[in-house]
Structures are given as C-alpha cells and as structure tokens.
Design a protein around this ligand. Structure first.
Ligand SMILES: [Zn+2]
Length: 179
C-alpha cells in the first residue's frame, strides 16, 4: 500500500535560488541562466526563455491564484508526460496559458485519478510497492490540479484514504504542517 506523506512548505520572498515561475526555493539552483533547464517541485522539469522569465512574474501577480495553480498543473502534466525532457516555456506560451480561459483546475474526481496515476508512476521508478512518497502541498496541488492549499489537497488525499487506496504516515511521524 503506497503511503503518501504530505507536507506544506511555503517560503516567502524570492532570490536567485528560487524558481523563476513560481518562486519555490530551488536547492539545485541557479535558475537565472535561461539556457539551462531546472526542476521545480511544482512545475516540473522546465526551461524558461529569457523573455518569458521577464513576463512570468507579472503574469503571476496579475492572475487569480487559481489560474496560477491551473497553469502550474498544465505545465507539470507536460513535464511528467516526458520524463527527462524539459518543458520549454517561451514568451508566447506563457501569455497564452495565462489568458486561456479553458485552462482550469481539475474537478475532484480527476484530482483523485491524477494522484493515483502519479503514485503509480513513482512506484514503477522505485520498484518498491510499499515505498513512502513525500511531497509538499504545492507539489501535490500541481500534480493533481488543485489549489495550492492545504485543505484543497487534503480533501482529495483524505478521500482516497477513506476509500483505502492510500495510507498516510501515522500522526506521530508527521510534523504540524503535514497533512
Ligand atoms: Zn517553480
């Protein structure tokens, strides 16, 4: 039974070591060299063009936060579909995705399906059906297509736990901000 460990890690501010797109800290930075792809927990393996990196912070600020989460889910899906190949994000794609009214978050049933599929692909990689998986709320939100919010992610996780498709780490092994 796969066990999902969910933690909420949010950090304010931004620096040269943060993701150009979402501001998440990047332990493997730098993200400022546009020709080099990098992996972000939320958006996946991406390469951001110089002009896209100029416009993305503004698009992100101006957009509804649900829209930012929807775009992150879209890019994350592209990234997960082609492991090892960076999703190239150019200026025109960035504009298009943020303005596309049909690019929305998933409904709960699809979120649940996305989580099961994602756990399945990770099991194949681990070759261990009982492997523990750890993920932040932000990463899981992007993977399943939910709001980047503890409650929104927990809603889906708890449903799958109730259906006995998922098992959580015992409470005493989790910290206060983990689901
Ligand atoms: Zn990011």
């Amino acid at each position: 039974m796969p066990v999902s460990r969910v933690s909420g890690v949010v950090r304010g501010g931004s620096s040269d070591m943060d993701c150009i797109i979402c501001g998440s800290p990047l332990p493997d930075g730098p993200a400022q060299i546009h020709s080099i792809p990098y992996a972000c927990k939320r958006w996946g393996f991406v390469r951001v063009s110089a002009d896209a990196s100029m416009v993305l912070p503004q698009l992100r600020t101006e957009a509804e936060s649900a829209k930012v989460d929807a775009v992150s889910h879209f890019v994350r899906q592209l990234s997960d579909e082609a492991p090892g190949r960076a999703v190239y994000i150019n200026f025109h794609d960035a504009l298009r995705w943020f303005r596309d009214t049909e690019l929305e978050l998933e409904f709960p049933a699809a979120q649940a399906r996305n989580l099961i599929v994602w756990l399945g692909t990770r099991r194949l990689k681990d070759q261990n059906p009982a492997a523990y998986h750890t993920a932040s709320v932000g990463e899981l939100a992007s993977v399943i297509g939910a709001r980047n919010d503890h409650g929104a992610v927990a809603y889906v996780v708890n449903h799958l736990v109730a259906e006995k498709l998922l098992e959580l780490l015992p409470q005493n092994l989790r910290t206060a901000n983990e689901v």
